[in-house]
Design a binder for this molecule. Structure first.
Ligand code: ZN
Length: 102
């Protein structure tokens, strides 16, 4: 397990074997449990794309995206702004997480 900060809140990334992960989460190779601030990922899906994807869900949670009820245009702007502000940090963190869990 590794811990990182997402907007000053602590998140854990939990890596399990494919078998152990699939017992718990049969439908997804990686998942962010928002209320626990935990990202669960199976061994064979440990890569920068998957971790970045889950980190974006963490940012969505911390920035209250799910409560905003934005329309399509606003959603498009929201993601453009997320990437502009935090894209570099997200990729950097994803790289670090992959290195530390490898
Ligand atoms: Zn997703």
């Amino acid at each position: 397990m590794v811990k990182i900060k997402v907007l000053n809140r602590s998140w854990s990334i939990v890596l399990r074997s494919d078998k152990a992960h699939e017992r718990r989460f049969p439908d997804c190779h990686a998942v962010a449990i928002l209320d626990d601030r935990k990202i669960h990922v199976r061994r064979s899906s440990l890569n920068i794309t998957t971790i970045s994807h889950e980190l974006i869900h963490a940012y969505q949670h911390e920035l209250s995206f799910f409560e905003l009820e934005l329309d399509d245009e606003q959603t498009s702007e929201w993601f453009a702004e997320l990437f502009a502000k935090y894209g570099e940090q997200i990729i950097k963190d994803a790289r670090l997480i992959c290195q530390q869990l490898a």
